[in-house]
Design a protein around this ligand. Structure first.
Ligand SMILES: NC(=O)c1ccc[n+]([C@@H]2O[C@H](COP(=O)([O-])OP(=O)(O)OC[C@H]3O[C@@H](n4cnc5c(N)ncnc54)[C@H](OP(=O)(O)O)[C@@H]3O)[C@@H](O)[C@H]2O)c1
Length: 277
């Protein structure tokens, strides 16, 4: 297939590009500044809608892969903007070029409150989220709705990424916070995902049926359980503040039953071993 990938230099994209090439696909990569090794790279900014239309049309892709985020400086407003405006521009460019399939990166923690891990039939948290969370949920819902305008589409609802180059790795942002005792060992349930499994799911999604898919490991867990293991894996002291095991009602994790039914399975089924891999 011909695949146009936006976000080709990010933590997922730079692992996905060589995998797609190895699988025989013809890849065009978008970047504002970097040359992506081994594939045609087009310099461009997703906020320049007119230029984006031109480069997408010129690539004549079968699939547009949206792996854009804006998280390097932890500016969540910027990340919300790229979800709303960046997705709008990218999907507009894809539709104008007659692209059939769009695959977009989303998250598995935007679901409404509940006591069990969410599946894909669970509603997004559009009605109960407080103002801070609502910004994230609204942007995620917008990204997903725009993606669903394509004739064929997949939304990859990724768990919290860990592994090389992510925030959850030795020397990463969350390792520093763990070392400073600033990660709360509370009851909030998280679904994790090893970076390599995010990549394998994006490649598999080239042939998945349209819809959202939770791409998470097998073991959603509260911070009281996973944080001691994470701290140990990055050489941080064990957390001490497990006295507050309260859980935000939306922090419920997600199931991967649907992804598994599509033939995908995580190479790291649980963070218990994945943190140490
Ligand atoms: N589910 C999760 O938990 C999750 C998901 C994603 C990221 N993260 C975390 O966030 C951290 C940072 O992510 P990252 O390394 O992927 O970096 P990032 O700064 O979020 O950039 C991701 C990609 O988006 C592209 N991009 C951003 N703004 C753009 C624009 N205006 N126009 C065109 N392309 C644009 C970048 O391309 P250029 O800079 O080359 O233009 C890059 O390829 C990771 O370490 C990870 O831990 C977590």
């Amino acid at each position: 297939m011909r695949i146009f990938i936006a976000g080709a230099t990010g933590v997922i994209g730079r692992r996905l590009v060589p995998l797609l090439v190895a699988d025989g696909h013809e890849v065009t990569a978008l970047s504002r500044r970097s040359q992506v090794p081994g594939v045609t790279t087009v310099q461009g900014d997703v906020y320049d809608a007119a230029a984006l239309r031109e480069v997408v049309a010129a690539a004549r892709p079968d699939v547009v892969m949206h792996q854009l985020t804006d998280l390097t400086s932890r500016d969540f407003a910027a990340n919300g903007r790229i979800r709303r405006e960046g997705t709008r521009n990218l999907v507009d460019a894809a539709l104008a070029a007659g692209v059939r399939r769009v695959i977009s990166q989303s998250v598995a923690w935007a679901y409404e409150p509940g006591d069990v891990p969410a599946d894909e039939s669970t509603s997004l948290d559009l009605h109960t989220a407080d103002e801070r969370r609502r910004g994230t949920v609204d942007a995620v819902a917008t990204l997903e709705a725009i993606t669903a305008e394509a004739p064929e589409w997949v939304v990859l609802r990724y768990g919290l990424l860990y592994g090389p180059d992510t925030w959850y790795t030795k020397g990463g942002l969350m390792a520093d916070l763990a070392a400073a005792g600033q990660l709360p060992a509370n009851g909030d349930v998280t679904s994790f995902l090893h970076i390599q499994d995010a990549v394998s799911a994006a490649a598999a999604a080239l042939t998945w049926p349209s819809g959202p898919v939770n791409v998470v490991d097998d073991e959603p867990a509260p911070a009281t359980t996973w944080l001691p293991a994470f701290a140990q894996s990055v050489g941080a002291p064990a957390p001490t503040d497990s006295q507050s095991a309260s859980r935000a009602p939306w922090a419920r994790g997600a199931t991967n039953t649907h992804a598994r039914s599509l033939g995908w399975s995580p190479s790291q089924p649980t963070w218990r071993t994945g943190f140490f891999s």
